[in-house]
Write a protein that binds this ligand. Structure first.
Ligand code: GTP
Ligand code: MG
Length: 331
C-alpha cells in the first residue's frame, strides 16, 4: 500500500535530516509523525519515526544529565512551572529585566545600557491566586540573536513583546524583532486558532507591552504601536505605576486561556490557596483527573458553587467549568 505522503512531508523530512540541534530535530520528528496519514501504508514509517523520537528524547535527557554535553542544549528549554509560561522579548534596553524584577522575586541585572542581559532568567509572578512563570531574555537586535531564543519562544505559552516608548527607533526595532522571528519561522499572533499550513512554522500567541508609559506624554507612541499591532492585546506599563503592573499581570493571565477551579471537601470551606488550572472549556472530569486518574473514575457527581449556578448545584462529569468555580467531589 503506498504511503501517499503530502509534498510538505518530504520538504520537512529533508530539513529533519539536516538538523543538528537535538531539540529542534525532536520537534521536527514530532511534526513529521503528526503529518503522516494513519493507515496500513504508513505503519512502518510511523514505527520508524516513533523510534527516532524516543532516541532523540533519550539523547536530550542524557545531554542534560551529563556535564560534557550540557552546553549544547543549555538555555533552549525551561521547564514550565505554575499556571503558564510567559516569555519577555524585545529590543535592547526596552525594560524586560525591569519588568521581571518588579513582578517577581528574581534579581536580574537592570542597566541603563543595552545588552545587559546575557542569559535567560525566570521568576514566578503572582496573579490573584495563581503563579505564572516569567522568562527574561537577552535582546533581539541586528547585533545579536541568541539561537536558543527560538526554542524558548516556541515552548512558551505566551510571548510578551516589550516596546520601549522612550526609544526614537521603537517601531523599527520592533519590526526587526518581528522579521527576525519570521526568519526563524515564528509568527506572533493575537490569537492562535489554527496551525500554520507549513508545519515548519509556529504561530505564537503574543501580547504587546507598551513599556515606560510616562515617556510617551502625548500618547502618540502608543497610537503608532496600536497601528502596527491592531489586533493584539496591549497594555501600557511603567515600573513605578502599580496599577499598570496589575493590569499587565491580568493581561497575561487572560492570554493564557486557562481557568481556576477551587475544591472543597464535603462539610468544609473551599481551599482558595491552590486552584486547579484547566484550559478554558475544561470539565468536572478534567478537574478530577488533575487530582488522580482513579479518583476521576470513582467520582459519581460533583456539587458546584459559582456565578450563574444554584448554590451547591449537582453537576455531572461532562459539566463545563468557569473561572472561579468551587467544586465538591462526591464518590
Ligand atoms: N522611564 C522608565 N525607564 C524604565 C522603566 N523600566 C525600565 N527602565 C529603564 O530602562 C533601562 C533598561 O532597563 P532593563 O530592564 O535593563 O532593560 P532590558 O530590556 O532588560 O535591557 P537588555 O537586557 O539590555 O536588553 C534602565 O535604565 C531602566 O531603569 C520604566 O518603566 N520607565
Ligand atoms: Mg535585560
Amino acid at each position: 500500500m503506498p504511503a501517499n505522503l503530502p509534498p510538505q512531508y518530504y520538504e520537512l523530512e529533508r530539513e529533519f535530516k539536516a538538523e543538528r540541534d537535538p531539540r529542534e530535530k525532536l520537534r521536527l520528528a514530532e511534526e513529521l509523525l503528526s503529518m503522516m496519514p494513519k493507515h496500513k501504508g504508513t505503519d512502518k514509517l510511523q514505527a520508524d519515526m516513533k523510534a527516532k523520537i524516543s532516541k532523540l528524547k533519550k539523547q536530550i535527557e542524557g545531554g542534560e544529565k551529563s556535564h560534557g554535553t550540557r552546553q549544547a542544549v543549555a538555555h533552549d528549554h525551561i521547564e514550565k512551572e505554575g499556571a503558564g509560561q510567559a516569555i519577555l522579548i524585545g529590543p535592547p534596553n526596552c525594560g524586560k529585566s525591569s519588568l521581571l524584577e518588579s513582578l517577581t522575586h528574581a534579581k536580574p541585572l537592570v542597566a541603563d545600557y543595552p545588552f545587559s542581559t546575557r542569559e535567560p532568567l525566570t521568576g514566578m509572578m503572582t496573579f490573584e491566586t495563581v503563579q505564572i512563570q516569567l522568562i527574561d531574555t537577552p535582546p533581539i537586535s541586528p547585533e545579536s540573536y541568541e539561537n536558543y531564543l527560538s526554542g524558548l519562544i516556541r515552548n512558551a505559552d505566551v510571548v510578551v513583546l516589550v516596546a520601549d516608548l522612550e526609544s526614537k527607533t521603537m517601531l523599527d526595532d520592533l519590526k526587526f524583532v518581528i522579521d527576525k522571528l519570521d526568519e526563524r519561522r515564528i509568527i506572533l499572533k493575537p490569537q492562535v486558532t489554527e496551525r500554520p499550513e507549513d508545519p515548519r512554522y509556529a504561530y505564537k500567541k503574543a501580547i504587546i507591552c507598551a513599556h515606560k508609559e510616562y515617556e510617551d506624554e502625548d500618547g502618540s507612541k502608543r497610537t503608532r504601536l496600536r497601528e502596527m499591532f491592531p489586533d493584539f492585546a496591549m497594555v501600557a506599563t511603567s515600573i513605578i505605576d502599580d496599577d499598570s503592573l496589575a493590569a499587565f499581570k491580568k493581561t497575561i493571565y487572560d492570554s493564557l486561556g486557562v481557568i481556576r477551579v477551587y475544591t472543597k471537601p464535603v462539610g468544609h470551606e473551599a481551599d482558595f490557596k491552590d486552584p486547579i488550572i484547566l484550559r478554558i472549556g475544561g470539565t468536572v472530569e478534567e478537574a478530577a483527573m488533575t487530582l488522580h486518574k482513579d479518583f476521576a473514575q470513582k467520582m459519581k457527581y460533583a456539587r458546584i458553587w459559582g456565578e450563574g449556578k444554584f448554590e451547591g448545584q449537582r453537576v455531572q462529569k461532562d459539566f463545563v467549568l468557569s473561572d472561579g468555580d468551587i467544586l465538591e467531589f462526591h464518590v
